[in-house]
Design a protein around this ligand. Structure first.
Ligand code: FES
Length: 167
């Protein structure tokens, strides 16, 4: 008897399970596993649904410093990102003196938008989409919805943004 056969025999002695029994155990374990996963998915869905019902307008109250007002000339812009996010935003200093902040991604196919100085419009160069720089509303072109807007807070030490609070 070779040493290889000896290895095989010792394995059978250590695990004395017939092939047919092993197959039955495997099916039972698989059924338990499926039941466990299904239960977990049901529980997770229930938690998400309950959270949506209990906190329907949950928003972030976090305020993020962008820059000082004098850092952006009238008619100028500043691109920024919020810490912990890769979403690009654009702060615009309109000719009427107000500041507005929007996501810098067009709502059509995500091209980078820019403020067309002196026009009051945010333009998308990809398919000639235009947005109102005061509200973010679509003025022309294929964009299906307004640009997502952030609330701009003017504080003593500079301009901050945060998500709009929903009623
Ligand atoms: S990506 Fe902006 S108009 Fe198409």
């Amino acid at each position: 008897m070779s040493s290889h056969e000896n290895d095989n025999e010792s394995w059978k002695r250590d695990f004395p399970i017939k092939k047919q029994d092993a197959s039955l155990i495997s099916r039972r374990d698989f059924a338990k596993f499926l039941t466990f996963i299904s239960g977990g998915l049901m529980l997770g869905s229930g938690v998400i649904a309950a959270e949506a019902l209990l906190f329907p307008h949950k928003t972030s109250d976090a305020e993020h410093f962008v820059c000082k007002p004098e850092d952006i000339p009238v008619g100028g812009t500043r691109s920024f990102v919020i810490q912990g996010s890769s979403t690009p935003y654009l702060m615009i200093h309109l000719e009427n003196g107000s500041f507005h902040a929007y996501e810098q991604k067009c709502t059509h196919l995500s091209c980078a938008v820019f403020y067309a100085k002196g026009t009051g419009k945010i333009a998308c160069p990809c398919h000639e989409g235009f947005f109102n720089a005061e509200t973010g509303a679509v003025l022309a072109g294929p964009p299906p919805r307004a640009l997502p807007k952030l609330e701009v807070l003017t504080k003593a030490d500079g301009l901050y943004v945060r998500e709009f609070r929903k009623a």
